[in-house]
Ligand binder design. Structure first.
Ligand code: ISE
Length: 353
């Protein structure tokens, strides 16, 4: 590329988009933030003033701006398809937050559009791939010292969700989708069947919302995954896994050993140390590493790193089936389209800093 510094525009500056905009403006080497866009123009304007960049009302105008070399999308999932397509049409690298889109059909359209271009421009923001513990676990499992991975247990809890619009389906599409990607990443395999069940909900969930939920994934190679997702736990951000292999287990997200209790009141937010408030705290290093690797890939011309559009599609396909399973209470098969040759090579795990 002609510009030594990657000039980035950020589309969507809610919690996650603001976090990315600040990261790009202050601590990503080789990048500068040049513009932000958000339907809440006052929010975009205030952030733009604070970071010394310009605010653009129309996100597609931002994408087409001559001084924007690359785009970070952190808008709601229902506008991702149009915005990612605009990036593809402009030949602009894009880091799109998860979920890639709202359902498997729309995600597949993005895969097909990128495959038709013949080069990878899309990275999906599955940041856990850049978390040191997840990256190390994948490398260890791929190395084979522990034998084959048999069962993966995931726990994913949020203290609360920002609004009552966070319905049962969003728990699958926005939260469980991380467990889909982590499972695909750790097993290096596809999910072929998903079941999502829910116990009697917590009294802290909004009326009619099924929270928590428990999902079971069957992997193509025979592995099994359990995932508990609980977005109103009252405690804090708890994300951990135990990967059970033939000769040992790998555990991530524990900060101590022994009997541990988390709770509210006098125990508030303790887990052998503080429980992080939210994902921006728990995965701060992963987000930094992810965005840095994305910028480095653009500058060096080595291409996209991290989760591809295919990974985003595969995850969305499992979520789509998961929402159907939650509604029916029965297992639902996941039938993926043929994988285009563009996505044939499995990227090496990228270790965090
Ligand atoms: C949010 O969108 C995220 O991506 C977080 O990582 C996840 O923990 C949360 O449940 C989602 O709402």
């Amino acid at each position: 590329m002609s510009h030594p510094t990657v000039r980035v525009g950020a589309v969507g500056v809610g919690l996650m988009g603001t976090d990315h905009a600040e990261r790009l403006a202050t601590r990503v080497a080789g990048a500068s933030l040049v513009a932000v866009s958000d339907p809440d123009t006052a929010r975009a304007g205030a952030l733009a003033d604070r970071l010394g960049v310009r605010a653009v009302d129309d996100p597609l105008e931002l994408v087409a701006s001559p001084d924007v070399d690359a785009v970070v999308i952190a808008s709601p999932g229902f506008v991702h398809e149009e915005q990612v397509l605009a990036c593809l049409a402009a030949g602009t690298p894009v880091l799109c937050e998860k979920p890639l889109t709202m359902d498997d059909a729309s995600s597949l359209r993005l895969v097909e559009a990128e495959a038709a271009l013949g080069r990878r421009l899309v990275t999906v923001g599955f940041m856990r791939r850049f978390d040191p513990e997840y990256a190390q676990a994948r490398a260890a499992l791929a190395g084979g010292a522990h034998g084959r991975l048999l069962v993966l247990h995931n726990v994913h809890r949020n203290r609360s969700v920002p609004n009552a619009d966070f319905r049962s389906e969003m728990i699958v599409r926005d939260s469980l989708v991380h467990e889909v990607d982590s499972s695909r990443f750790l097993f290096d395999d596809e999910v072929v069947e998903v079941t999502v069940l829910a116990p009697a909900p917590t009294s802290h969930a909004a009326e009619g919302v099924l929270d928590p939920q428990v999902a079971l994934f069957r992997m193509a190679g025979g592995g099994l995954v359990t995932s508990e997702v609980f977005v109103n736990s009252q405690v804090g951000y708890e994300v951990r896994f135990e990967a059970v292999a033939e000769r040992g287990t790998l555990t991530a997200g524990l900060h101590t050993t022994g009997l541990l209790t988390t709770g509210v009141g006098s125990d508030a937010g303790r887990w052998g140390g503080p429980v992080p408030d939210d994902y921006r705290v728990r995965f701060a290093r992963a987000y930094d590493a992810e965005v840095q690797a994305w910028v480095d890939g653009i500058r060096s011309g080595t291409g996209a790193v991290g989760a591809s559009a295919w990974d985003g599609y595969a995850a969305t396909a499992v979520s789509t089936a998961g929402m159907a399973s939650l509604a029916s209470g029965t297992p639902v098969a996941v039938d993926l389209a043929d994988r285009p040759p563009l996505y044939a090579a499995t990227a090496d795990p990228v270790a965090g800093p």
